[in-house]
Design a protein around this ligand. Structure first.
Ligand SMILES: O=C(O)c1ccc[n+]([C@@H]2O[C@H](COP(=O)([O-])O)[C@@H](O)[C@H]2O)c1
Ligand SMILES: Cc1cc2nc[nH]c2cc1C
Length: 354
């Protein structure tokens, strides 16, 4: 079977949410000792968790895992980021030694960190937290030709899916948080978001790690050129990924598909994860039900993508780091939404007239 066929097979394993369990959660919320609706959107998070696992109350996620997918980008040659690609490998090394923001925030919420190398240009050391599945050493410049082949895109999707499956099936993970590392990857994310939403580059392109006005104008032109060159068809998600994506974007769409296929909630991080979720939705529309937007990244494309996905971000902290940091901080919100449904007393338990 070809890699593309295997991606299609994975997408076919994504089932719609359990509508009965969701309805039961909404009913249950009305019986709990609080004014109806007073937990706001946390109530809808709880209902979706019930729909994801097919029971009400849903189990409380106890073992979150963050998957940081890493890759490099040929489009860096156009001057779209102030940082050199070597920083990608250097930051991966930092994740492995526990010194990055993702490590600090994973420790804060009791999460486990795994790093997936699908496309880092440099060499990386063997390490128990690192999964090596290098498809190639960085992409080609997406503004001058296809970033990668369809087969490479499919292989990266499957690498993300396999690590997610392993963490859930053998590692006991019951919630997946997405993360990314890749200098230049906000350019690819903007191009993907424009392709899947039809919105112009000026609305999806942002300052990434921090660029001045002149570089932002250049980066926006680069995204426009790429969109003109490829005229991507959003109904061909693998073709669009191959033309405009990054290897980590592809891997993250695999993480989303695998999480959804396994019935595990997936908490999205920033703009790169948001763009990957658009790819996953194009492959498997029901996958969106399994997704929670951990936060609203400051990158403008993130808001465009989340609106298109119909996801309301749980947090809005002005963050734009990536690595999975915004997803991890939202994990307690998701856990709390489950715990409310399983642990709160009802009005009748408490002897209060509702
Ligand atoms: O998560 C986000 O929304 C986000 C926004 C801006 C930058 N980043 C991170 O910064 C890197 C990409 O930025 P850039 O400017 O090199 O495209 C990459 O490693 C991302 O994880 C991440
Ligand atoms: C230092 C640094 C850390 C990062 N983490 C995610 N993207 C990053 C980009 C840079 C430049």
């Amino acid at each position: 079977m070809s890699f593309e066929d295997r991606v299609r097979e994975l997408a076919e394993d994504v089932a719609p949410l359990d509508a009965e369990a969701m309805a039961a959660a909404r009913e249950r919320h009305l019986t709990l000792t609080k004014p109806p609706g007073s937990l706001g959107r946390v109530e809808e998070v709880g209902a979706r968790l019930a729909g994801i696992c097919g029971e009400c109350p849903p189990p409380v996620p106890e073992s979150p895992a963050v998957l940081v997918c890493a890759g490099d980008h040929g489009v860096l040659a156009r001057g779209v980021s102030p940082w050199p690609s070597e920083v990608t490998a250097a930051m991966v090394a930092n994740f492995l030694s526990g010194g990055a923001a993702v490590n600090a925030l994973a420790r804060t919420v009791g999460g486990r960190v795994s790093v997936l190398d699908v496309g880092v240009a440099g060499d990386l050391p063997d390490h128990p937290l690192l999964r090596s599945a290098k498809v190639r050493r960085g992409t080609n410049d997406l503004s001058r030709g296809a970033a990668m082949s369809r087969e490479e895109a499919a292989r990266a999707v499957l690498a993300g899916a396999h690590l997610a499956e392993e963490l859930v099936e053998s590692g006991g993970a019951d919630l997946l948080a997405t993360g990314d590392m890749g200098i230049g990857n906000t350019t690819a994310a903007a191009a993907l978001i424009s392709s899947f939403t039809g919105r112009p580059a000026r609305e999806t392109t942002g300052r990434g790690t921090g660029i001045d006005d002149a570089t932002l104008a250049l980066k926006t032109r680069v995204v426009e050129e790429a969109l003109e060159l490829h005229a991507p068809d959003p109904k061909d998600p693998l073709g669009t990924l191959a033309a405009l994506g990054g290897l980590e974007h592809a891997a993250l769409s695999g993480v989303v598909l695998a999480g959804a296929a396994l019935g595990v909630p997936v908490v999205l991080d920033g703009v790169v994860s948001n763009s990957a979720a658009l790819v996953a939705r194009a492959l498997a529309p029901d996958a969106v039900g399994y997704l929670f937007a951990g936060h609203r990244s400051a990158e403008p494309g993130a808001s465009v993508a989340l609106e298109a996905l119909g996801l309301d971000p749980l947090l809005d902290l002005g963050m734009r780091l990536g690595e999975g940091t915004g997803a991890l901080l939202a994990v307690p919100v998701v856990g709390g939404a489950a715990r409310v449904l399983s642990e709160m007393a009802t009005f009748s338990d408490a002897g209060i007239e509702g």
